[in-house]
Design a protein around this ligand. Structure first.
Ligand code: NAD
Length: 259
C-alpha cells in the first residue's frame, strides 16, 4: 500500500476529480480527509470510502475563508495527529468574455483557486514540517499553460498555481515538503457539464461543436481525460519518495499542450 496511514487532505472531494483522488488514496491505505463546502456532501464520499473498507473523515471548509480553513485543519490534526498530503483541488468555473467579465466573479474565481491554495498550504505547512515532510499537490489545468477565450480569471488563477508551487517547493525543500501541479485536460465532471451549454451560447455554436472543436480539438485522439487518469497521477505525486520530483507541473490531457 502506497499511502498506508498517511493523512491526506483533499479539498473539493465531494465531487468529480477530488472525489476520485480521495477514493484512490483510501484504496492505498491513506486516511483521507474529505474537505468541501458542505460537510453533508463531504460525508457522502466518506460513506463510499467506509463501504469499501477505507478510512475517511469529512470536514466542512470554504477554502477561501481563512478561519474556516484553519478550523478544519485543526479538527483534522485533533482527530488524526498529523498531515502528510494536501491536494488543493476545490474549484469552480465561470466563463464570460473578458470585456464584460464581472469583477465580482473575477474576485470569486481568484479567491477559490488562489486564496484557497495559499490558505490550505499555510494551514497544513507546520504539520508537514512536524511530520518531517509532506506532499502538496495543486490542481492546475492545461489552462496553467495555455489560454482559451472566455476564461480570463480561470487561466490567470491556474497559471498562478504554478508560481505558488515553485515557491512552496523551494521553501519546503529543506523540510522535505514537495509541491507539484497536475494539469488535466477536459474531464467530464459537473464543472465541465455546466460549461458546455454556456460556451455554446457565448460562441454561438452547438454543444457538440464545443466538445469536438473547443474542448478536445488539440488532443491526439479526441478523448476526454478521466477522473481515474488524474487520480493515478495524484497517487504517484503523493507517494513519491524524495525531493527529486518537486516544483513540477504534469500535463495529463491526451496530448493537448505538449511541452
Ligand atoms: P466539480 O465541480 O466536480 O468538483 C469541485 C468541488 O469543489 C465540488 O465538490 C465543490 O463543492 C467544491 N468547491 C467549490 N468551491 C469550493 C470552496 N470555496 N471551498 C471548498 N470546496 C469548494 O469539479 P472538478 O471538475 O472535479 O474540478 C476539480 C478541480 O479540477 C478544479 O480545481 C478544476 O479547476 C480542476 N480541473 C478540472 C478540469 C475538468 O475538465 N473537469 C480540468 C482541469 C482542471
Amino acid at each position: 500500500m502506497k499511502l498506508l496511514d498517511k493523512v491526506c487532505v483533499v479539498t473539493g472531494a465531494a465531487s468529480g476529480i477530488g472525489k476520485e483522488i480521495a477514493l484512490r488514496f483510501a484504496q492505498e491505505g491513506g486516511k483521507v480527509v474529505i474537505a468541501d463546502l458542505s460537510k453533508e456532501a463531504a460525508q457522502r464520499t466518506v460513506d463510499d470510502i467506509h463501504r469499501d473498507g477505507g478510512q475517511a473523515m469529512a470536514v466542512g471548509m470554504d477554502v477561501s475563508d481563512e478561519l474556516l480553513v484553519r478550523g478544519a485543519i485543526a479538527e483534522v490534526v485533533a482527530a488524526w495527529g498529523k498531515i502528510d498530503v494536501l491536494v488543493s483541488n476545490a474549484g469552480i468555473q465561470i466563463v464570460q468574455p473578458l470585456e464584460s467579465y464581472r469583477f465580482a466573479d473575477w474576485k470569486k474565481m481568484l479567491a477559490i483557486h488562489l486564496d484557497g491554495a495559499f490558505l490550505t498550504t499555510q494551514a497544513c505547512w507546520p504539520h508537514m514540517k512536524a511530520a518531517g515532510g509532506g506532499s502538496i499537490i495543486y490542481m492546475g489545468s492545461v489552462h496553467s499553460k495555455e489560454a482559451s477565450v472566455l476564461k480570463s480569471a480561470y487561466v490567470t488563477a491556474k497559471h498562478g498555481l504554478i508560481g505558488l508551487s515553485k515557491v512552496a517547493a523551494k521553501e519546503g525543500g529543506p523540510q522535505g515538503i514537495r509541491a507539484n501541479v497536475i494539469c488535466p485536460g477536459f474531464v467530464r465532471t459537473p464543472l465541465v457539464d455546466k460549461q458546455i451549454p454556456e460556451q455554446a451560447r457565448e460562441l454561438r455554436i452547438s454543444e457538440e461543436e464545443v466538445v469536438r472543436n473547443v474542448m478536445l480539438k488539440e488532443t491526439v485522439d479526441g478523448e476526454f481525460t478521466t477522473v481515474e487518469d488524474v487520480a493515478e497521477v495524484a497517487l504517484m505525486l503523493a507517494s513519491f519518495r524524495s525531493n527529486a520530483l518537486t516544483g513540477q507541473s504534469i500535463v495529463v490531457s491526451h496530448g493537448w499542450a505538449m511541452q
